[in-house]
Design a protein around this ligand. Structure first.
Ligand code: MLT
Ligand code: ZN
Length: 461
C-alpha cells in the first residue's frame, strides 16, 4: 500500500529526489542514538518549500508518517525512522538566503550546518552564538527542533533566544510565516516559540531568520582540577561573581580517561576527580589579573587543586578538546545517555543525591559525568559492559533512569535539558511535565497535525 503511495508521490512530484536503496535507508533512518534498526519506506530530499508542502499533503492523503531529518546528530532518537516512515531530509535545503545589516539577522534554509551559520555570521563581523561540539554535522533545523543548548548557554541562552522568524510547514501542509523577524510582537500566542523544541511533531522548519550579535571581547580559557564534588558549585559561584563567564563546563576523571585515550592531550599532571573548563572575558590586563587572583583565591580556599591558563589559541583549543571530545570518545562504548537539569540553586544537593544513587545502582558499570554545570545541566553517560547484552544493558539503565526521574521530580528538574525527549526519554516525560500539561501538549499536536503524520511516537507514545 505504501509502495503504491510512493509511486503516487513520484508521479505528483517528478523532480523530487527519492531514495530507496538499502544503504540510503540505513543512513538516513538513524541518528546518533544507534539503538533502533532503521526501516524507513524511503527518503525524500526536497529542494523547495513547495516540495515540502507537496510531501506533507501527500502524506496526509495516504496517511504515511513523516520523520523530519536534519544532520541526525540527535541523542534521543528524535530522527529515527524504524517503522516504515518517509524520512523528509532537509539536506538539500542548506543555503544562506540573506543577511540584513540593519536588523542583524541571517536568513537560512534548515539543512545548513551550524558551523556554516557561524562562518556566514563572521563574514559580516557578527556571531551566531549557539555552539556545541556537533557544529560541523548538525543542522540549524534540528537545532531549532530540539531548542539546542551547548557550551555558551551561560552567556547567550538556548537556540530559542536567537530565532527571529520561522517559516514552518505544519502537519496539514499549510505554510506558516511566524514572527517575520520582529523584535516586538505582542499580538497573541507566539507560535514560533511553540515550534522551537517541538521535535518535528508540529511542523517542519523550512526557513529560519536568526539573530546575530557582536563578537565577545577577548577571552581566556582555563582548565581547573578540583579536589571533590562539593568544590564544583563553590568554584562556579566564585568565578561567576568575579569574572564575566562565557562558559563553565565540568567533567570527571573517568571522562578525562576516555578523551585522553581518544587523542586529546593531557594538560594537568596528577589525578583529580573533577575538572572544569571555563572561558571568560579578558577585556584588558586588569581582567587577566582578576582571573589569576580568582584562581589563587580558589586554591587558598582549598576549592581548586591545580589549573592551567591557555597561553595561545592552540592551547585554548586543546583545553576545549578535553571537554568537547568526550561524546565522540564514548561513542564506541554504546553509552546510555541521560541529559538532565535542575535549577542552579538545586545542583549541589541534587549532585550528592545522584552520586549516592548511581554508586548504589551501578556498582558494575562505568558511569561518565560531564556537562554544562553552569546551566544546571548534567550529562550522565553509562557505558555498556561487555558482560551484558544490549537488551540487558538497556533494561538496567531504564530502571535507573526511572529512579533518576523520581529524584528529578523531587528537585523540580527536567529529564531532558537539551537533547529532547524523542524515543529515548518519552516514558519519563511525566517526571517533568504534569498530566494537565501533557494533555494540553497532545491537544496542541492535534491542532497542528490532525492526522498524526509528523514524527509519530516521538515525545509521546
Ligand atoms: C555534550 O554536551 O557534549 C553532549 O550534549 C552530551 C552527550 O553526548 O551526552
Ligand atoms: Zn551537552
Amino acid at each position: 500500500m505504501n509502495l503504491q503511495a510512493l509511486a503516487d508521490l513520484s508521479s505528483q512530484w517528478p523532480d523530487l529526489r527519492l531514495l530507496t536503496e538499502p544503504g540510503d535507508l540505513e543512513h538516513y533512518g538513524r541518528d546518533w542514538t544507534r539503538r533502533w534498526t532503521p526501516s524507513p519506506l524511503a527518503i525524500a530530499l526536497p529542494a523547495s518549500i513547495d516540495e515540502v508542502q507537496g510531501i506533507m499533503r501527500w502524506a496526509n492523503q495516504h496517511k504515511v508518517a513523516i520523520v523530519p531529518s536534519g544532520g541526525r546528530t540527535g541523542l534521543s532518537g528524535g530522527a529515527v525512522a524504524a517503522n516504515g516512515e518517509l524520512v523528509l531530509s532537509l539536506a538539500r535545503m542548506n543555503r544562506v538566503l540573506g543577511f540584513d545589516a540593519v536588523d542583524r539577522t541571517l536568513t537560512v534554509q534548515p539543512g545548513i550546518a551550524l558551523e556554516a551559520v557561524h562562518t556566514a555570521a563572521r563574514e559580516h563581523g557578527l556571531i551566531y552564538p549557539v555552539d556545541f561540539a556537533a557544529r560541523g554535522s548538525c543542522s540549524i533545523g534540528g537545532n531549532i527542533a530540539t531548542n539546542a543548548g551547548g557550551i555558551r548557554v551561560i552567556r547567550y541562552g538556548n537556540t530559542r533566544e536567537w530565532i527571529a522568524g520561522l517559516k514552518v510547514v505544519a502537519g496539514n501542509g499549510e505554510l506558516l510565516d511566524l514572527n517575520r523577524g520582529l523584535i516586538k510582537n505582542s499580538s497573541g500566542y507566539d507560535l514560533r516559540q511553540l515550534m522551537i523544541g517541538s521535535e518535528g511533531t508540529l511542523g517542519i522548519v523550512v526557513e529560519a531568520t536568526l539573530r546575530l550579535t557582536d563578537p565577545p571581547p577577548a577571552s581566556q580559557v582555563m582548565l581547573l582540577a578540583l579536589p571533590d564534588m562539593d568544590a564544583l558549585m563553590q568554584v562556579f559561584a566564585l568565578f561567576r561573581e568575579r569574572l564575566s563567564l562565557q562558559a563553565f563546563e565540568f567533567f570527571t576523571d573517568v571522562a578525562l580517561k576516555h578523551v585522553l585515550a581518544h587523542g586529546a592531550q593531557r594538560a594537568i599532571d596528577g589525578d583529580y576527580p573533577y575538572y572544569v573548563v571555563t572561558e571568560f572575558d579578558t577585556v584588558d590586563e586588569r581582567a587577566q589579573e582578576t582571573a589569576l587572583a580568582t584562581f589563587e583565591q580558589g586554591v587558598e580556599q582549598g576549592l581548586i587543586a591545580d589549573g592551567v591558563m591557555a597561553q595561545s589559541d592552540a592551547q585554548a583549543a586543546a583545553l576545549w578538546r578535553l571537554r568537547e571530545g568526550i561524546t565522540e570518545s564514548l561513542a564506541a562504548h554504546k553509552p546510555y545517555k541521560n541529559d538532565i537539569s535542575v535549577r542552579i540553586g538545586a545542583v549541589q544537593g541534587f549532585l550528592q543525591e545522584i552520586q549516592a544513587l548511581l554508586t548504589r545502582e551501578y556498582p558494575h558499570m562505568e558511569v561518565v559525568w560531564f556537562g554544562h554545570i553552569g546551566d544546571g545541566n548534567l550529562h550522565i553517560n553509562v557505558l555498556k559492559p561487555g558482560t551484558l547484552s544490549d537488551a540487558e544493558f538497556i533494561a538496567q539503565c531504564e530502571h535507573v533512569t526511572k529512579l533518576l526521574a523520581e529524584t528529578l521530580q523531587r528537585h523540580a528538574g527536567s529529564i531532558s535539558a537539551e537533547h529532547g525527549i524523542g524515543l529515548v526519554k518519552r516514558a519519563y516525560l511525566e517526571s517533568t511535565r504534569s498530566t494537565a500539561e501533557i494533555a494540553l501538549m497532545r491537544g496542541v499536536k492535534a491542532v497542528f497535525d490532525p492526522n498524526g503524520i509528523l514524527n509519530p511516537g516521538k515525545l509521546f507514545a
